[in-house]
Design a protein around this ligand. Structure first.
Ligand code: ATP
Ligand code: MG
Length: 790
């Protein structure tokens, strides 16, 4: 009987099905990595939208309980006349319409995947695309665009990215005479960001920090920043969420419209939502309360961006009759990988605590490889991938993840040498090129002439004899007359003060106005061609004709391919729509034919993804966890969660790689393998490391220990060194060999502080090469050197 009901969802386990069928009311799905949270979310939507109202029990009617379903199946198998009425009533429960469902995912890529899977399941493109399967930002932009006037914006708004934002903040700081040494613009920017995450207005921010000089000053910047943004009709990324919340909170009719519209609200990766997103979700789900949030407290990795785990931990308090479903079976990884992940995350305190199991078997051991240098590490990765492909794997089965983007160049270089196809996800690199920013600036000004920042960027690019001074004068006139800079420029000859620059300005204004008119009837790509031509931008590059210019021209052409692909994807393609999509775009979002290539990305951007073979590169103390994180338990816990996320991306094979020596930011550094590796049970690892770890005690000395004790702790006896990577190299009889390993810091009575560069076993002793900070590199025998160590 059950089999018939659940035919549609027969591949799911019982808990997962329970979550799929619990469509009504608040539901929290709290479960570890790879347990099928996202899978459940997608199947829930399919269930909610089940097709046809006929007596087809292969889909559960929305709102039906498990009993209802059993009843229905029974009726269908052996209809009893007295049951007919009830069965019909059950089936008549309205299935939701696609536009009544909003499913929020963390990345555009995830949103696209969700739509594709819905489409495959529903066999209907139109329904699938009517579901609001978006990121928070895209969903908010859709709402904002419709009600922009209620925010007091007269024209279409512009979106400022981090770079634009920095310019505005810096300008504001300049006008307040704030010293950028005391007030680092980036610190100020992130304080403003965090304030917006918490929905704090400048006034609240000021009240909150009253008495604190620094905060008071930042509050001033925040206030002026908001004024500038308003003037330019511009929103930054944080505004996109915050202003949507404000819009809904201050316009009950708009709120009601969306609350009634969205019968079902679903949010994936809920552990990484911030306060503003939490409020937004609660508002949207406020009428039906059919809200399903899905997450894993152990995978919360965006605290630094204002995400707060409280949202998930307090869900049960927020919704009194909330149901919580936990999923415990992991379907992604082998036993060894899963155990390693479980053991690492176990070291965090203050977690909800859950264990995952798998019936996949142990699988291969986790490979741990330490190379002497970063080049060695990269070569090892390249060789291993080549071997894998020779044995029948595809390039695309491999992913290389790292904590920090700086590690990618070196690995990419090795891939090039080895002829390995690869793709690096670097976020928005393409969009930060000057020529690409110029093109976008033109397009934004066509959409929103009030965007003064962008207008200033392009008014004299290519050179049009409009000097900075004239622009400054025009800007002041604009302020004085209460009009925009753009309008002043268009009517420059009306202003005697602009005498010299006036003609050039008006000519520029005419050209832009002309393009703005063309925008109404040309397709986007035609408009773009017109822009390249009429602005003279392309011609100026061609005239100069160097190699640098050639590459710029290529980027400008590449941008056109983005426009064309946007046009292909959207029947209702518009300039505003394109600009919005691009503002939120990262290269991980790319659709279309996925070429077969090794993927490289940061651990953060790998969230939610999975790969047959995963390399975690740069697994070294100092890099991962980073030095800064080591100073605070809280930060260490966040790094550890990131490690948990990274490890659990692997399905079949996991490689941890590290190097003894690494050139970073122009300096060679020596490092120990990451302490997270120490947290993995030794027996799960298959390692090439023969030295033992002995440094831990020195980096975090127990305050109760005397200096001498701390120093002695460096030479941990083999038995006390736990957990260790490998059995120590055969010890000579007689006096034990003092334990040095490459990368550890030492203090020598005569030579001062230094770093062990290499250790070569030699006739029961070892030859050390130590680079002393003051005295240069020296070679010493270990046993005698030990006597001189403090
Ligand atoms: P993460 O925490 O990393 O986001 P998740 O909990 O969202 O993971 P999914 O990505 O949904 O997990 O699923 C992980 C893998 O397990 C996917 O390959 C999915 O197809 C598979 N899977 C999920 N449920 C089942 C099931 N019942 N039977 C077989 N495979 C399943
Ligand atoms: Mg997921």
């Amino acid at each position: 009987r059950r089999a018939i009901i659940e035919r549609r969802f027969s591949s799911l386990n019982e808990k997962q099905r329970e979550a799929v069928f619990a469509t009504e009311g608040p539901l929290l799905i709290l479960a570890g990595a790879g347990s099928g949270k996202t899978t459940v979310l997608i199947n829930r939507i399919i269930n909610i939208l089940r097709f046809g109202e006929g007596l087809d029990s292969s889909y559960a009617p929305a709102g039906a309980t498990e009993e209802d379903l059993l009843f229905l199946t029974e009726y269908l198998t052996a209809p009893q006349p007295e049951n007919r009425e009830h069965a019909e009533r059950l089936c008549a429960m309205h299935p939701a319409k696609p536009w009544e469902v909003i499913a929020i995912t963390f990345t555009n890529k995830a949103a696209r995947e969700l739509r594709e899977r819905l489409q495959a399941a529903l066999g209907d493109e139109e329904s699938a695309s009517a579901v609001w399967a978006y990121t928070f930002h895209t969903a908010c932009l859709r709402i904002l665009r419709r009600h922009v006037d209620l925010l007091g914006f007269e024209t279409a708004f512009t979106i400022y990215d981090e770079d634009d934002k920095k310019r505005v903040v810096t300008n504001v700081m300049k006008s307040l005479n704030l010293d950028t040494k005391t007030f680092d613009p980036r610190t100020v920017m992130s304080m403003i960001s965090r304030a917006k995450d918490k929905l704090m207005t400048p006034r609240q921010f000021r009240a909150d920090g009253a008495g604190d000089y620094f905060r008071e000053k930042v509050a001033e910047v925040y206030q002026l920043y908001e004024k500038e943004m308003k003037k330019a009709c511009a929103l930054d990324f944080d505004d996109i969420i915050m202003k949507t919340v404000l819009l809904l909170q201050s316009n009950p009719d708009v709120l009601e419209y969306y609350q009634r519209k969205f019968r079902y609200v679903l949010v994936d990766e809920y552990q990484d939502t911030n306060y503003a997103q939490y409020v937004l979700t609660s508002l949207l789900a406020g009428y039906y309360e059919n809200i399903c949030v899905v997450g894993d407290d152990d995978q919360s990795i965006y605290k630094f961006r204002g995400a707060t785990i409280t949202n998930i931990l307090e869900f049960e308090k927020q919704f009194k009759d909330a149901k919580t479903i936990r999923l415990e079976q992991n379907y992604r990884s082998t036993g060894n990988i899963l155990n390693a992940a479980n053991e690492v995350i176990r070291n965090n305190v203050g977690r909800k605590g859950k264990e995952l199991w798998t019936d996949h078997g142990d699988g291969a051991k986790i490979h741990l490889h330490r190379s002497d240098s970063q080049e060695g590490e990269a070569a090892y990765i390249a060789d291993t991938i080549r071997e894998g492909v020779e044995q029948g794997l595809r390039w695309g089965d491999f992913a290389v993840l790292y904590r920090n983007n700086v590690l990618s160049d070196n690995i990419a270089a090795a891939f090039i040498r080895a002829g390995i196809p690869y793709r690096v996800y670097k976020g928005r690199d393409f969009f930060s090129r000057a020529e690409v920013r110029d093109m976008f600036a033109y397009l934004w000004v066509l959409e929103n002439p009030a965007d003064e920042l962008r207008l200033r960027r392009i008014i004299n690019v290519p050179a049009r004899k409009i000097g900075d001074k004239s622009v400054e004068t025009a800007a002041q006139l604009a302020v004085g007359n209460g009009v925009t800079l753009y309008e002043t420029v268009c009517h420059a000859s009306d202003y005697p003060a602009l005498s010299r620059g006036a003609a050039a300005m008006e000519k520029f204004g005419e050209m832009m106005e002309n393009l703005r008119k063309q925008k109404e009837f040309l397709s986007l790509s035609e408009l773009y061609d017109g822009l390249l031509d009429q602005t003279g931008y392309l011609a100026a590059l061609e005239a100069r004709g160097g190699a640098e210019e050639q590459s710029r021209i290529e980027h400008i052409e590449e941008l056109k391919s983005y426009i064309v692909s946007y046009e292909n994807d959207h029947d209702d393609a518009s300039l505003a729509g394109f600009l919005e999509e691009m503002a939120l775009y990262t290269d991980a979002d790319q659709s279309g034919e996925e070429e077969d290539a090794v993927l490289m990305m940061t651990m953060h951007s790998a969230k939610g993804l999975e790969f047959p073979v995963v390399f975690l590169a740069g697994m070294e103390d100092g890099l991962f966890p980073g030095f800064r994180a080591m100073e605070r338990d809280e930060d260490m816990e966040e790094e550890r969660r990131l490690c948990y996320v990274a490890v659990t991306r692997a399905k079949e094979q996991l490689y941890l790689t590290c190097a003894e020596r690494r050139m970073l930011y122009g300096r060679t550094q020596y490092a120990h393998p990451s302490r997270f590796i120490d947290e993995m049970p030794r027996e799960l690892l298959d390692s090439n490391i023969v030295e033992r770890r002995m440094f831990q005690q020195v980096t975090q000395p127990d305050p109760g220990l005397s200096r001498a004790q701390v120093a002695r702790a460096r030479y941990v006896s083999p038995a006390a060194a736990a957990p260790s990577f490998a059995a120590p190299a055969a010890q000579p009889a007689g006096s034990p060999l003092p334990d040095f390993s490459a990368g550890c810091r030492v203090r020598h009575k005569a030579f001062g502080d230094g770093m062990v560069v290499s250790v070569k076993p030699m006739g029961g002793d070892a030859l050390l090469e130590i680079a002393f900070d003051q005295k240069g590199t020296k070679r010493l025998m270990a046993k005698s050197a030990a006597q001189f160590m403090e």
